[in-house]
Design a protein. Structure first.
Length: 260
């Protein structure tokens, strides 16, 4: 996949799906900016400290990208938190607002400011000036009693994506927007489970919850995100891509997120 000359921003790129995606984008030839509050070593691309819940931080990030590179072609809205377990009864207003600020409002702000950059300075191809990929969750497809705030925030991302895609299409900006809905991915999100039952037992539980027989590795999700970011998916916008190892295709109840 050829992304030579493309400028890509990956939020939450210091770990998990974000790091894997950033590496794949760089391998494909893109110049990658990893935007995160979390420091990490040996990251692909250039690291920028960034708070997705802050509008000022988004303004500063876009200004920096345009000043250094003169364009923005790809945004991967990957940053997010679970907020831990919590039902309707136990979720506090403070936790609800924190999760929404990062998972929902952060994606809204990313789309808003990325589009401003893409429609002015993106690819010279009239039909393809940019691609936004929002990382949601299977929790946005089937729902869950908990974690409540996380489930609601990812549901917001799912429909925000469609609204953004339709807006860009109607305005003829040439910007596409799609969402990815992972099932279990072997990242730090499951550390509480591993700490509770041990990594070997925790991994067995996660693998067993997926009909395909195993939990995903971050790079497996990154490959899908890479395709959506590229012109290989040029006719795709406003779509949701469920990559869950079959979790949502049956009626068997699965409460993986509740274990986090």
């Amino acid at each position: 996949m050829e992304l030579s000359g493309q400028i890509a921003v990956v939020t939450g790129g210091a770990s998990g799906i974000g790091t894997a995606t950033a590496a794949l984008l760089e391998e494909a030839g893109a110049t990658v900016i990893v935007a995160d509050l979390q420091d990490a070593k040996d990251l692909p691309g250039r690291f920028v400290r960034h708070d997705v819940a802050s509008e000022d931080s988004w303004k500063a990030l876009l200004a920096d990208v345009l000043k250094r590179h003169g364009r923005l072609d790809i945004l991967i809205n990957n940053a997010g938190i679970t907020g831990g377990p919590g039902s309707l009864s136990t979720t506090t207003v403070e936790l609800w607002q924190k999760v929404q600020a990062i998972n929902s409002e952060g994606v809204f702000l990313g789309c808003k400011y990325a589009i401003e950059g893409m429609k002015k300075t993106g690819s010279q191809k009239p039909q393809s000036k940019g691609s936004i990929v929002n990382i949601s969750s299977v929790a946005a497809i089937v729902g869950s009693a908990g974690p409540l705030a996380y489930t609601a925030s990812k549901g917001a991302v799912r429909l925000l994506t469609k609204s953004v895609a339709l807006h860009c299409a109607e305005k003829k900006y040439g910007v596409r927007c799609n969402s990815v809905h992972p099932g279990g991915v072997d990242t730090a999100i499951f550390n509480p489970l591993y700490q509770a039952v041990g990594r070997e037992r925790g991994r067995e539980m996660l693998d067993a919850s997926h009909p395909i027989g195993h939990v995903a590795e971050p790079r497996e999700l990154g490959e899908l995100v890479l395709w959506l970011a590229s012109d290989k998916s040029s006719f795709v916008t406003g779509s949701e891509f469920v990559a869950d190892g079959g979790m949502t295709m049956g009626l068997r109840k699965r409460q993986i997120l509740g274990a986090v």
